[in-house]
Design a protein around this ligand. Structure first.
Ligand code: AMP
Length: 215
């Protein structure tokens, strides 16, 4: 199952992708996570991406496409993947198709997590991420059992530097400029399904599982 999760920042793509990946036994590939890892390790790519990410803007397409092509050369994608954070532009959707086609693969299903701005801002400004396993928590909606520590691996929780209100508003603006053409593209390809992602995470997860079972 080659599944793409589309939706604004804060739609719950990361949370859903992680759970789906476990359930379906395929890797969760998040371009944001790979970029943050590069920033942390201070690689060439990380140095180029850091300032752009802090402003909430998009890292240039060629850099992200190359990064993804490398990730897809890992044999763990043989059975599928859950792709989160890519594509974000129509050009990236074309790149994704081309990269996958070069490996004899194609996207099977695109799930659009439709979310209201009010819910997004609340979710993101309260989001806490585990620095060890990447699990997400929320200061009020989903607090960890022990303050500051991950429930699953006890790793320390942190707040992403781009999860402040000013950057969140910018990220949403950037997202909205691009999303219409992406939705159109996947609608035409008859791969798009929309879900109301303002609903509770477990309800949305169940709906995605039902959709993926039909493919
Ligand atoms: P995310 O974790 O998906 O919210 O991504 C965090 C940041 O990483 C974004 O605001 C962008 O700066 C960058 N980023 C992630 N994915 C992409 C992508 N597909 N294209 C360009 N920039 C990206």
């Amino acid at each position: 199952m080659y599944l793409v999760l589309l939706g604004p920042p804060g739609a719950g793509k990361g949370t859903q992708a992680k759970r789906l990946a476990e359930k379906l036994g395929v890797p969760h590939i998040s371009t944001g996570d790979i970029l943050r890892q590069n920033v942390l390790l201070d690689t060439d790519l990380g140095r180029q991406a850091k300032g752009i990410m802090e402003k909430g803007l998009l890292v240039p397409d060629d850099l992200v496409a190359k990064m993804l092509d490398e990730r897809f050369s890992n044999p763990d994608i043989k059975k599928g993947f859950i792709l989160d954070g890519y594509p974000r532009t129509l050009a990236q959707a074309h790149s994704l198709d081309a990269i996958l086609a070069s490996k004899g693969l194609a996207v099977d299903l695109v799930v659009y997590l439709d979310t209201s701005d009010r819910v997004i801002i609340k979710r993101l400004t309260g989001r806490l991420v585990c620095s060890k396993c990447g699990a997400n928590f929320h200061t009020t909606n989903m607090p960890p059992k022990v303050k500051g520590l991950c429930d699953s691996c006890q790793g320390p929780l942190y707040q992403r530097s781009d999860d402040n209100e000013i950057t969140v508003v910018k990220r949403l603006e950037v997202y909205k400029q691009q999303v219409a053409s992406l939705i159109e593209y996947y609608k035409k390809a008859e791969k798009l399904h929309s879900l109301n992602a303002d609903l509770e995470a477990k309800v949305v997860l169940q709906q995605i599982i039902e959709l993926s079972a039909k493919v």
